[in-house]
Design a protein around this ligand. Structure first.
Ligand SMILES: [Zn+2]
Length: 597
C-alpha cells in the first residue's frame, strides 16, 4: 500500500496499527542480507519499490494488511538481487534469438540450427554471427583438448546446405574464430556476389568446380557482405532485449551493467515505457562519445533507478580467446605475436572505431595519447572510466594512464571508483598499484573455468600466476566486482546465471571439477567474498550503495530466492552450485519470476 494512503486510513481509525501495511512480505526464508549490521533474517517487508523491514517472521508478519501479498518461502534461501557488472546485452540477445552454432561442427545440426533461427526471426531479417565449431576442440566444460591450432579436416559448410531452408532470410554466419564466413543465396545476392565477382585483395570467395560461389568467404571478401547488412530492425532489438531479460529473471539477476549504444538505449526506454523491464540496466557508452556528451551535461548517475548512466567504456587491448591480449613477451604458442591494441587508443581513432579490432592489427607499438585525452575530457563529467585491459602489458599501459590522469587531477585519494575491466593477467609488479590508485577490478570469474584449459599452453605457468588472480588483487587493495561477460567468448557461452561465476571463483575448476585442487588454488575466494562481489560491491562500484547491494531497510526491494543455500554449499560442496535454481526474482517489489515447484 502506498504510504500516504496507509497513513490517511490509519489516521481515521482508533486502534489502527501504528505501521503501514506492506505490499509484499516474504516469510520463512533463510535470508542472507549481506548487511553486516544484520547479516541474517527470516523475513522481509516491502512497500512499493522499497524494503521497509527485515527481521524475524513474527516481526515482519505485523506488516501484513488487507492488501498485502504474503509469500511463504518455505525455508528457501534469499540473497540481494545479483548485480551483473559485465553483460553484452545486444550480443547475448542476438545469440538467444538468432543462430547459436557454438557446439556445431557437422552438417545436420548446422542446418537444424539455421532453420530454427529462420523460424524465430521475421522474413527478411538477417541471421548473423553463429560462431560455429567453437567446441570442435574444446567440448563445453572439458579440461582440454589437443594443443592449439586447428584440427585437420575442419567442418566447412556451404550455401547448398541451407539455401532451401532459408528462402526468406539472408544468412551470414561465421566460424568461431572468424577464419571463414558463410553466406547463403539471399546474402550473396544482396551483396551482388556471383560467379563473375572478383575477390578483393586479401580476401577469397570460395568456388565450386563450376566457378560458382559456395558461400564461404574469407578475409577482405567478408566486407562485401558486411557492408550491405542493414541495421537491426527495432522490433528485433526489442525481442533480443526481452530474451536477455528473461535469462536475467531466471537467474536472479536484477541489475545488468551494459556497454550501450544509442539504438540499445532506445530499446530499453521502449521496454521501460511498456512496463517490461524486469532488470535495471546501467549504461556505459563508449568513451569516444565523451566529446559530445560532456557538453550535454551528462554526468555520473544521470537517469533513474531503471536506466542510469554509470560510466564510459574503453578498451586497451584484445582478448585471451584469440590471443590478441597485449603482453610484454610473445605468446608461447605463437612466438611472433604479442597481441594488439584497440583503435580507441590511437590518436587517429575514428568515432565508432572503438570496438573494431581490424584497423589496429598493424600496430605493435604506438602512442597512447588518445585514451588519455578522452579520459581527461571525461573527468569533469564524473562519469567513471571503465576500461578493458587483459594482457600484462595492456594492464600496465592502463595503470600508467590512470596514474598520470588521477595524479595530475589530484584525484588519487578521492572516491573516484575508476574501473579496470577484466584485469585478466596482471604483472606481479603491478598488483600493488590497484590499491595505491584505489581501483575497482571488474572481473569475470567464469573465465577461469573456461580459459584455464589453455592458458598455460599460451602464456606459460609463470605468467599464469597473475591470471584471474582474484586473491592477489583483493590483497593488493582492489575492490573486486563480478560480471558474467555474457554471452561469453566466441568459443564458449557464458550464462547470466550467477551460479557459474560463484562456482568458478570459489573452486577455480572447470565445470567438470578439474583440476581437483583448483587451478592456482591460492587465488580462490570464499563464498562470502564471491557473493559480495556480485551484489554489494558491484552496487558500490556504480555509486548505488545507498539503494542496492544489501537487503536493508531503505533499499530497493531487488531480491533473489534460490532452492539451494549458496553460501553453505559454496563452502562445503561447490559442485552443487551448478544445480542451484532460482525460485523467485523480485525487482522493485514486483515478483518478476516465480518457478513452479
Ligand atoms: Zn565483455
Amino acid at each position: 500500500m502506498n504510504r500516504l494512503r496507509a497513513f490517511l486510513l490509519c489516521a481515521g481509525l482508533a486502534g489502527c496499527a501504528s505501521r503501514d501495511a506492506a505490499d509484499l512480505i516474504l516469510v520463512n526464508g533463510n535470508v542472507y542480507t549481506m548487511d553486516s549490521a544484520q547479516p541474517r533474517a527470516q523475513a522481509i517487508a516491502v512497500d512499493g519499490e522499497w524494503i521497509v523491514a527485515v527481521g524475524s517472521n513474527a516481526e515482519i508478519r505485523r506488516y501484513a494488511g488487507a492488501g498485502t501479498r504474503t509469500v511463504d518461502l518455505d525455508g528457501a534461501h534469499v540473497f540481494p538481487g545479483f548485480n551483473d557488472a559485465h553483460v553484452h546485452i545486444q550480443a547475448t540477445g542476438a545469440l538467444l534469438t538468432g543462430a547459436n552454432l557454438l557446439d556445431v561442427h557437422q552438417a545436420g545440426l548446422f542446418v537444424e540450427r539455421i532453420k530454427g533461427a529462420a523460424a524465430r526471426l521475421p522474413a527478411g531479417s538477417w541471421i548473423t554471427r553463429g560462431d560455429w565449431g567453437a567446441y570442435e576442440q574444446w567440448a563445453a566444460g572439458s579440461a582440454g583438448g589437443p594443443a592449439g591450432g586447428r584440427s585437420a579436416g575442419r567442418f566447412t559448410p556451404s550455401r547448398d546446405l541451407i539455401d532451401s531452408v532459408t528462402p526468406e532470410h539472408p544468412v551470414f554466419v561465421r566460424s568461431f574464430d572468424g577464419a571463414m564466413y558463410l553466406a547463403n543465396a539471399r546474402a550473396l545476392e544482396a551483396a551482388g556476389i556471383d560467379a563473375r565477382t572478383r575477390a578483393p585483395q586479401g580476401g577469397t570467395i570460395e568456388r565450386d568446380g563450376a566457378g560458382r560461389p559456395t558461400g564461404i568467404l574469407r578475409g577482405a571478401a567478408v566486407s562485401l557482405v558486411e557492408r550491405v547488412i542493414p541495421p537491426i530492425p527495432f522490433d528485433q532489438r526489442l525481442a533480443q532485449v526481452r530474451a536477455v531479460l528473461q535469462e536475467a529473471r531466471e537467474g536472479g539477476v536484477t541489475t545488468i551493467q551494459d556497454l550501450t549504444t544509442a539504438e540499445q538505449l532506445q530499446a530499453y526506454r521502449e521496454l521501460q515505457r511498456r512496463g517490461e523491464l524486469t532488470a535495471r540496466i546501467l549504461l556505459r557508452p563508449s568513451l569516444d562519445n565523451v566529446v559530445h556528451t560532456a557538453g550535454l551535461g551528462l554526468t555520473q548517475g544521470f537517469g533513474d533507478h531503471w536506466l542510469r548512466f554509470i560510466g564510459y567504456k574503453a578498451w586497451v587491448d584484445g582478448i585471451m580467446g584469440n590471443s590478441s591480449a597485449m603482453f610484454f613477451r610473445p605468446y608461447d604458442h605463437d612466438p611472433a605475436n604479442k597481441g594488439l591494441v584497440r583503435p580507441i587508443m590511437l590518436p587517429e581513432a575514428r568515432p565508432g572505431a572503438a570496438m573494431s579490432m581490424t584497423e589496429s592489427q598493424k600496430y605493435t607499438d604506438f602512442g597512447v595519447g588518445n585514451l588519455e585525452r578522452l579520459l581527461n575530457l571525461a573527468v569533469p563529467t564524473a562519469l567513471t572510466p571503465h576500461v578493458h585491459a587483459i594482457g600484462d602489458k595492456g594492464v600496465r599501459l592502463l595503470l600508467d594512464i590512470y596514474e598520470r590522469v588521477l595524479t595530475e587531477r589530484g584525484l588519487v585519494d578521492s572516491d573516484h571508483r575508476w574501473r579496470v575491466i577484466h584485469a585478466q593477467v596482471v604483472h606481479p609488479n603491478d598488483m600493488r598499484r590497484f590499491g595505491q590508485l584505489r581501483l575497482v577490478a571488474e572481473v569475470n570469474p567464469y573465465h577461469v573455468s573456461d580459459d584455464m584449459r589453455w592458458m598455460e599452453e599460451r602464456i606459460g605457468a609463470e605468467r599464469s600466476k597473475g591470471a584471474y588472480a582474484f586473491r592477489d588483487l583483493k590483497n593488493a587493495g582492489a575492490v573486486l566486482i563480478f560480471g558474467s561477460d555474457s554471452p561469453g567468448t566466441n568459443a564458449a557461452r557464458y550464462y547470466l546465471s550467477p551460479v557459474y561465476g560463484l562456482y568458478a571463483a570459489v573452486t577455480r575448476q572447470t565445470l567438470k571439477g578439474e583440476p581437483a585442487e583448483g587451478w592456482f588454488p591460492a587465488q580462490r575466494l570464499t563464498m562470502e567474498e564471491a557473493i559480495e562481489a556480485y551484489t554489494k560491491t558491484s552496487a558500490w562500484a556504480s555509486f548505488e550503495e545507498g539503494i542496492k547491494g544489501t537487503l536493508s531497510v531503505g533499499k530497493l526491494a531487488d531480491i533473489a530466492v534460490f532452492d539451494t543455500d549458496l553460501m553453505d554449499v559454496g563452502r562445503s560442496q561447490p559442485a552443487r552450485l551448478l544445480e542451484a535454481r532460482t525460485l523467485y526474482t523480485v525487482v522493485g517489489g514486483r515478483v518478476v519470476f516465480q518457478r513452479g515447484r
